[in-house]
Design a protein around this ligand. Structure first.
Ligand code: ACO
Length: 321
């Protein structure tokens, strides 16, 4: 039966031009290409140019998503930017994106759920569209995490990179196409395992990423599998129905662990972490845009997005493409 749903019209990704390899990283801190690849699957990351802001990355990805959707910004009613690295403390980067795209109408706001930001933003846009806020939403994940890294701390600086990804959602009826269900979770008791040691209200500065890597790892696989199973339960689907698994691209070992626990065959898992490292809220739409552009994801496919990040926050969203 047909139902009004938020249907994906187009996706797009953008990575800054500058590539930084693991070998280059090993000139900055005591690390090696072998260590980074073995522990994380990361081969390289992209770094935003001086003066290139999160809003610039967001706009570049948004333009590609709009092009894929065969739409202009005039057709968009809502812009959500999921980011942990806004251009400024305020206004929202989404407002700057709105300006840079020449959009005077509609509504725009940022969403902060760190690496889970894009999944949170998809769920939020979906509910806002269904609540009558408008017909189409531009959902963006964009980060310049390189600006909040401690480049002397080898336990964190090797893990992150810059980038952006975007998706256009449109409310419509087309069989069972669209966002079928989402599941969002958080547990603030774990915030001190992954955080920045600064902020406007505490230090009047932005701080750097601090992380207890082992603790994050320990929680990641269990949390991810919980929300993915919740979404399967909500929709009456199983892992056998799934065509594509689009995990947050933080660490190949976490992705492999979740895949094994859920029983998802590796050929259904989209992996891009080797290419751009952990781009936080941008990682899921970046992976999506790669798999959509190379023709892997096709109309009618069942696609599961998932992410986990600081807070802790975690979530999953099931989409009939
Ligand atoms: N290069 C070389 N050696 C390193 C590096 C590095 N970059 N970083 C740490 N080491 C050393 C450590 O000092 C330690 O040395 P020691 O044994 O002499 O004390 C050794 O490597 C092992 O360190 P561990 O922390 O035990 O390494 P582990 O296997 O846990 O891997 C990692 C570390 C990759 C951070 C892992 O814990 C992890 O992936 N955690 C998840 C974190 C994550 O992905 N965060 C992203 C943000 S959250 C999210 O998106 C889910």
């Amino acid at each position: 039966m047909s139902e009004l749903r938020s249907i994906v019209r187009g996706v797009g990704g953008y990575l800054p031009e500058r590539v930084m390899t693991n070998d280059e990283m090993s000139k900055l801190v005591d690390t090696s290409d072998e260590w980074i690849q073995q522990r994380t699957g990361i081969k390289q990351r992209h770094i935003a140019a001086e003066g290139e802001l999160t809003s610039d990355l967001a706009v570049a990805a948004a333009k590609r998503a709009l092009e894929a959707a065969e739409l202009t910004i005039d057709g968009i009613d809502l812009v959500i930017v999921a980011t942990t690295t806004p251009d400024m403390t305020f206004p929202a980067t989404a407002a700057v994106v709105q300006q840079k795209l020449g959009m005077h109408h509609g509504a725009a706001f940022d969403l902060q759920a760190v690496c889970s930001g894009f999944v949170y933003a998809v769920a939020t846009a979906d509910s806002q569209l269904k609540n009558g806020l408008g017909k189409r939403a531009l959902v963006i994940g964009a980060e310049t995490s390189s600006r909040i890294l401690d480049w002397t701390d080898r336990t964190t600086c090797v893990l992150f990179g810059d980038g952006a990804g975007a998706m256009v959602l449109e409310l419509g009826e087309d069989g069972d196409r669209g966002v079928l269900a989402s599941s969002l979770r958080s547990d603030g008791h774990h915030w001190s395992k992954l955080y920045t040691d600064g902020g406007p209200s505490s230090t009047m500065s932005i701080g750097h990423i601090r992380m207890e890597g082992k603790e994050v790892f320990k929680h990641a696989v269990g949390n991810i599998t919980d929300v993915v199973r919740d979404v399967f339960d909500k929709t009456g689907t199983t892992v056998d129905d799934l065509d594509w698994f689009i995990p947050h691209q933080a660490n190949k070992r976490i992705i492999d662990g979740a895949g094994v626990k859920l029983g998802i065959p590796p050929e259904k898992v989209v992996l891009t972490v080797d290419h751009h490292a952990n781009t936080s809220a941008a990682s899921v739409p970046l992976a999506l845009s790669v798999a959509a552009e190379d023709g892997r994801i096709k109309k009618g496919d069942l696609v599961m997005l998932e992410a986990m990040g600081g807070g802790f926050t975690w979530g999953a969203s099931l989409i009939r493409w």
